[in-house]
Design a protein. Sequence first.
Length: 410
Amino acid sequence: MSHPTVNFATYLKDYPDERGYFGPFGGAYLPPQLEPAFKEIAHAYHTICHSSKFISELRRIRREFQGRPTPVYHCERLSNKLGSCQIYLKREDLNHTGAHKLNHCMGEGLLASFMGKKKLIAETGAGQHGVALATAAAYFGLECDIYMGAVDIKKQAPNVSRMKLLGARVIPATHGLQTLKEAVDAAFEAYLREYESAIYCIGSVVGPHPFPLMVRDFQMVVGVEAREQFQEMTGFLPDAVVASVGGGSNAIGIFSAFLNDPVQLYGVEPLGLGAEMGQHAASVTYGQPGVMHGFKSIMLKDEAGEPAPVYSVASGLDYPSVGPEHAFLHELGRVNYVKADDRQALQAFYNLARLEGIIPALESSHAVAYAMEIARQRKQGSILVNLSGRGDKDMDYVIEKYGYGEDLLL
Ligand SMILES: *Cc1c(COP(=O)(O)O)cnc(C)c1O
């Protein structure tokens, strides 16, 4: 395959192009009625988000409301159990609301209020994006409509309560299978009706242009902070940076600061229960090029060409595609896309809790699991992991289904 010559010193300025393409991937595949709405967002992003007023306000919010910068932490006990390679964590679990998602939700909320919008609209599956967005809406005094499959509403009661406490309306999608896909349809329909006074907020580096660009830029703070903190702690850059990949926002956030460095980058996809279709959500590993949800990327399709069923123990990772920039970085060979299955993720979950006093989100546990694999194989060096979120949300489920994991402890 022939690759464009990419200069990583100017990459973040060069990609995406003005139409939202990262090489062959990205773009905006929209029904004609929605084109003006997304053009308006792209225009607002290019003007407002680069104004000094926006930038200084976002900085203040990050410091005073979110509790940034989040620390980098050296896992000495975990590292020593595995050998002599050292594992470090970027503690996004300590970001307000307990995960990295608030980084882009606060950016989207700030943009909405600069644009004079009254309402934030989104869909949510497990409820994590809904909770982060409802938090942003409460902060900015905006209305918030979260569309959620009726089945998911029953399954995710604590997150539904959180969204309601924060003042959001949780609107059930009651057609079809009543899960995420139906919620996406319902949210898009609502946006079509309300785009003059509302803005649609996407929860990862996916969707039509400008969201993959915008969400990357809002998440980049993770990588910028981590690179500086790591160098200050150790005097070096890490040998490898590892992050879990659902849609890919926490991964792009940390990778973007290291693209032009001699640092290996690993995006960890969920292998779930195995390589058969329906048992995993390893979209880059097993997917093929195509268009879905308004953008071109790599995706998992069934025989009919529809989005394939996906599974992972981590509900934040079970998406049948990835952000277009990941498809591009894969094609360029700059990021290695690798896998961790449910069992490996659970092993990381239990051991990080026991050895370091940190209960990680099951999504983040996939990244920790792969870092543990690398640490076992190498005699020296260091690995920086994006610990994208905390595991309080997963604890009850894990204990009920798998107990306290005695057999998985190192
Ligand atoms: C949603 C979520 C993810 C996956 O989303 P990305 O866009 O791939 O980052 C990972 N970790 C946590 C804690 C999440 O809530």
